[in-house]
Design a protein around this ligand. Sequence first.
Ligand SMILES: C[C@H](OP(=O)(O)OC[C@@H](O)[C@@H](O)[C@@H](O)Cn1c2nc(=O)[nH]c(=O)c-2cc2ccc(O)cc21)C(=O)N[C@@H](CCC(=O)N[C@@H](CCC(=O)O)C(=O)O)C(=O)O
Length: 144
Amino acid sequence: MPLTGEYAPSTSDWARTQAETYERTGGREAATLQGKPVIVLTTVGARSGKLHKTALMRVEHDGSYAVVASKGGAPQHPAWYHNLVAHPHVELQDGAVKKDYLARELAGEERATWWDRALVTWPAYAGYQTKTDRLIPVFVLEPI
Ligand SMILES: C[C@H](OP(=O)(O)OC[C@@H](O)[C@@H](O)[C@@H](O)Cn1c2nc(=O)[nH]c(=O)c-2cc2ccc(O)cc21)C(=O)N[C@@H](CCC(=O)N[C@@H](CCC(=O)O)C(=O)O)C(=O)O
């Protein structure tokens, strides 16, 4: 069941442009960051209830995905982290395919497994983790 609600464009120009271009072209354009694959995640705002579209690195395994709330190693979690916690039903667009998923924050061994998979796509996550005391959250998104 697709998410419904008013779309609220990101306040980050580069991320908003990438997410909107990716969605508009069905992933034919803006599909990479430094040559690595990207997906677009639609979340429901934790406070506003509005829809947010966020470009994130593509980490996929057997039909499930991981999203990493790194925000470049910033001291605080990205806003979309709070959206996933409040509203775990999300939409993920990978190329031209957009499906519904349920997000679950990971810990322990399960987090370590998906963290390693994320490093394959985007090794820079390791550097981001050294920049902040917060443990960078990893969510698995499982198809619903
Ligand atoms: C800029 C800010 O975005 P953010 O949700 O903090 O996310 C910051 C970044 O993670 C986001 O810009 C990502 O797209 C950056 N980014 C990645 N960010 C990552 O964290 N991980 C990635 O793997 C990643 C990859 C990536 C690839 C390409 C690209 O273009 C960007 C990429 C934003 O849009 N803020 C909004 C609020 C958005 C929001 O969700 N508000 C909620 C409230 C949320 C709350 O309770 O805090 C609501 O509406 O209720 C605003 O200021 O109005």
